[in-house]
Design a protein around this ligand. Structure first.
Ligand code: PLP
Length: 437
């Protein structure tokens, strides 16, 4: 991660005095002298307190799909906020956002809004439990679904020595403070493995309320599933009466305008969205089949919150989704992201570095090694030291992917061809540096 200049260092020291580790999310801490501090941001760039500019491929871990401080989104918010923010009543933008999601996302027939991805997966899982009358949920190793106790098990940063063998996966607790009894409610399974999933469901299928899955490993180098994997998930969920949830907090409105349902052609029962739908404003949604969504309501499954559907966030989402619907966003991120994916591949081939590039132009990852990883266990074998050396060298040169390669590169529609060219130059310099050339 970035090395602090004088002013950035002083600012971070000030932050650490009042905020544990100086960050408001553990994921953001990169070390006392290497944690990004941002004084300003515009379009595809962030600036630290010393005025150093970085081309930003972290984009707040994915939400900023149009660019920082986007004028179209901000104009919609400014227009809206003079007329009030929170009413404990239904307001215009809640309805326009729900209508847009239903237009864009195959299988989305009704929508409820929330503020964060974690909140949204929590609600979606309660809905699945309420709808089926079952308690256990099945999640996959390496998938992150947010900060709550239901799902903070065997995520991407899990300890590989603690997760049992592949056929008998053990849920690894990602935080102290999670009650042990919660483990009984979580069944783990390796991602992208039809055989083990089939075995688990043959034993426990009737107990399971929901299968929750990240359609692309958005917290694991953007690994893509094998062809037919989601068809298998759909078929198994139907066989056992399980609610299938695509957690699209990272992939939603990034993989395709209609998310993973459109991209892979398989329709889940519920999808969860957040990040890209608001270009950085805090908003989330869970959407799905009417028959399932109608289990939410007074006297049925609880969903609510003071700020759900607030004016600021829904106005931002209204403008962001409208722009995505116009087709301009995907034209841009596919072109620039495609240049990066191709260019990175060419550079690595030229330098004879064995590698794989995963994901799509809006969200892609790189792994180094001879063997193509297919899941979180496979990712453990990649050469992350090499990745980090290259990424840190790029960051020193003003181009900022996350230095932890589990986190993909994210593109926004403000990134330009010149940014892509600068990025490839920095990438090649990083490769040469890492290889001692
Ligand atoms: C796939 C996925 N689901 C859920 C979440 C949680 O979202 P939030 O951080 O908004 O609570 C994340 C966050 O990165 C995520 O990647």
């Amino acid at each position: 991660m970035p090395k602090h200049g004088k002013k950035s260092h002083e600012f971070f020291e000030r932050a650490k005095k009042v905020i544990p580790f100086g960050v408001n999310s553990n994921f953001r801490y990169g070390g006392d002298d290497n944690t990004l501090v941002v004084a300003d941001a515009k379009g595809g760039y962030v600036y630290d307190f010393d005025g150093k500019r970085y081309i930003d491929y972290r984009l707040g871990f994915g939400p900023v799909i149009m660019g920082h401080g986007d004028p179209i989104v901000n104009a919609r918010v400014k227009e809206a906020i003079d007329h009030g923010l929170s009413f404990a009543a239904t307001q215009l933008y809640e309805v326009t956002v729900a209508e847009r999601i239903i237009d864009m996302v195959p299988g989305a027939e009704m929508v409820r809004l929330a503020n964060t991805g974690s909140e949204c997966t929590m609600h979606a899982l309660r809905l699945a439990r309420g709808h089926t009358g079952r308690d256990v949920i099945l999640k996959f190793e390496g998938c992150y679904h947010g900060a709550h106790d239901y799902v903070l098990w065997s995520t991407a940063s899990g300890d590989a020595s603690q997760v049992g063998d592949r056929r008998h996966p053990r849920a690894y607790k990602q935080s102290i403070g999670i009650p042990d009894v919660m483990r009984d409610l979580v069944q783990l399974c390796p991602w992208n493995d039809t055989e083990v999933l089939g075995e688990i469901l043959a034993k426990r299928g009737e107990e399971i309320a929901a299968i929750i899955v990240e359609p692309v490993l958005g917290n694991g180098a953007a690994l893509m599933p094998d062809p037919g994997y989601f068809e298998f998930l759909r078929e198994q969920a139907d066989k056992y009466g399980i609610v299938l949830i695509f957690d699209e907090v990272k992939t939603g409105f990034r993989l395709a305008p209609g998310g993973a349902g459109e991209y892979f052609g398989v329709i889940p029962d519920i999808s969860t969205f957040a990040k890209a739908m608001g270009n950085g404003y805090p908003i989330a949604a869970f959407a799905g089949k009417k028959e399932v969504m109608e289990s939410v309501g007074p006297g049925k499954v609880f969903h609510g919150g003071t700020y759900t559907g607030n004016v600021v966030s829904t106005a931002a989402a209204d403008a962001t989704l409208e722009y995505i619907q116009s087709g301009q966003l995907f034209e841009k991120i596919n072109r620039i992201g495609g240049m990066l994916m191709d260019g990175i591949g060419e550079i690595l081939n030229e330098h004879s570095v064995p590698h794989f590039i995963h994901g799509t132009p809006g969200m892609f990852g790189i792994t180094f090694g001879e063997e193509k990883p297919r899941d979180w266990r496979g990712l453990q074998k990649a050469n992350w030291e090499l990745y980090e050396t290259i990424a840190n060298h790029m960051i020193d040169n003003g181009v900022m992917p996350e230095s932890d390669g589990f986190e993909p590169f994210f593109l926004c529609s403000s990134h330009t061809e010149a940014d892509a060219a600068e990025t490839l130059t920095a990438f090649e310099a990083g490769v040469k540096h890492a290889l001692g050339k």
